[in-house]
Design a protein around this ligand. Sequence first.
Ligand SMILES: *Cc1c(COP(=O)(O)O)cnc(C)c1O
Length: 349
Amino acid sequence: MSTGKLTIDLGAVARNWRILCGVHGGGAVAAVVKADAYGLGAARVAPALQAAGCRHFFVATPGEGDALREALGDGPMIAVLDGFAGTRRERHPGVIPVLNSLDDIAAHEGEAVLHLDTGMSRLGLSPTEMEMLAAEPHRLDRVRLRYLMTHLTVAEEPDHPLNARQAERFEAACARLPPIPRSFANSSGIFLGPRFGSDLARPGAALYGINPRPGWPNPMEPVIRLALPILQIREVGPGETVGYGAAWRATAPSRIATVAGGYADGIPRAWDGRGRGFLHGKEAPLVGRVSMDLMTFDVSAIPKARPGDWLEVIGPEQDADAVAAAAGTIGYEILTRLGRRFQRGYVGA
Ligand SMILES: *Cc1c(COP(=O)(O)O)cnc(C)c1O
């Protein structure tokens, strides 16, 4: 096979969910499986979480919600973070919307989650709208709220003052509404301490192995491995260049392995110059530009390397966060862009 192998450990996802349940303490823990479970495949990931005991799921769009209902069957709550704007509730009978404005409330009847904006200034009721709602609680008469939720903006920076301010604003806003269970922390928020606990945490990234505490040892289990096949190995003499733009020039006789995988598969082009692959326990630097379907690695230090070998680019030695850091992005973006061309294998189910 001449495309990369992406291996996704569903057992590790389930164990990560249990780790988060333990850290969160008393309240329940949902799973955020938007964007196809951060690129890992919601149709496989969500049932594994359901089998582990997860009963609440969040997606971004109504279409994602419908597909998830098919995968999970009746039972678990499926809430749509972006709400139902532009579509009709009747079209999505298996899912409930997150209401993000007074207009959303007015247009809805039945179960829902209500989003209060406490600092993101993105979705959710603005402070002015919250005032209006507190003054006119009858606006909620036709709505059955399962949760009041808010979303942290800088939870991965524990010392940032906005965390405590959002907790205060959320407490104050909830206190002015009828008593309804609350949903607060994302992955990083779960690690901020008891003040950020709630009836329902909403982690996404940490389930998939992304470090919720950047700068500290990752408490989560690794979930994915990505290995790319070596298609050819070329001997390159001193002074010769490799790849587009002649961006890398050999200074000594070098063995250059060309692997299947490039920016069309979600490998950031900005990885150029800082990327690494691993083979037979040794490191091979990425040399030359990342091209659409191919990358070139210097395997001079790995004499055993042969065409057909698999060069690991995401795994225990270099996780998605490390790839992201080297390419100037975040692990979330690496996961959600992992290409559809890879052969996907699920283990640990
Ligand atoms: C994506 C998202 C989450 C999950 O965030 P992570 O940082 O991946 O844990 C939780 N809540 C809302 C509103 C989100 O949009």
